[in-house]
Write a protein that binds this ligand. Structure first.
Ligand code: 5GP
Length: 226
């Protein structure tokens, strides 16, 4: 127990703005950050592993999870359902472990409007240009042409929500953007309200002051300083 509740770190961006790389690098920097593995009804892409990138579920199973209130948030994206299962997140937060969410603006809104708003920090990643966004989607080669067109259309919608986020960064250089995300997390962890242990530390510091002033107090009979 770290003496504080964990942070919910929300990372959103249009596809291709470098969000997944940033998420991976953030966890390499601090492996204790837990990634919230979402459930989705979309089919796995080559190389994706059940339980690592996503929990791949059919629509009926997903909807049952929603009905049973097992999701912290959920939304429809590109015609598929995506949601963040609640259980592992709640357990981590209770232990003071920070949880990272790679979710869209709808999920971001739901978490910000929930009881957990106080513990939430949201970061939006913008691409330097739309041409660059498209180039990244094409070189990633994970999707077919028509899917890329859909993603580009959806990017505009996603970008329109940039102003709802606490922090916004432009990913023109991935190393710099990584530094910026780390700086945000570091600063958020240092917020006074997130350091309940400080009260005790400051009390101890004051006791030390008192002990010292006792030791260094001028003797009763010493002549006054002129
Ligand atoms: P992809 O299919 O490329 O993995 O993800 C598509 C979009 O869905 C991305 O913008 C991603 O951030 C978002 N997404 C992934 N998981 C979740 C989730 O659990 N909830 C919400 N609201 N969006 C998600």
């Amino acid at each position: 127990m770290r003496g504080r509740r964990g942070l919910l770190i929300i990372l959103s961006s249009p596809s291709g703005a470098g969000k997944s790389t940033l998420a991976r690098r953030l966890r390499e920097w601090d492996p204790e950050i837990q990634f919230s593995v979402s459930a989705t009804t979309r089919a796995p892409r080559p190389g994706e592993v059940e339980g690592r990138e996503y929990y791949f579920r059919d629509r009926a199973t997903f909807q049952k999870m929603v009905e049973d209130r097992e999701m912290l948030e959920h939304a429809e994206v590109f015609g598929n359902l995506y949601g963040s299962p609640k259980k592992s997140v709640v357990e981590a937060l209770k232990q003071g472990i920070d949880v990272l969410f790679d979710i869209d603006w709808q999920g971001g809104q739901q978490i910000r409007n929930s009881l957990r708003a106080e513990d939430t920090v949201s970061i939006f990643v913008l691409p330097p240009s739309i041409a660059e966004l498209e180039r990244r989607l094409l070189t990633r080669g994970q999707d077919r042409g028509e899917v890329i067109d859909k993603r580009m259309a959806r990017s505009r919608d996603e970008i329109s929500h940039w102003a709802e986020y606490d922090y916004v960064l432009v990913n023109s250089d991935i190393d710099r953007a990584t530094e910026e995300v780390r700086a945000i997390v570091t600063a958020e962890r240092l917020k006074r309200s997130r350091q309940p242990g400080l009260i005790e530390l400051v009390r101890d510091l004051n006791s030390e002051f008192e002990e010292r002033s006792g030791e260094h107090a001028p003797a009763e009979d010493s002549p006054p300083n002129r």
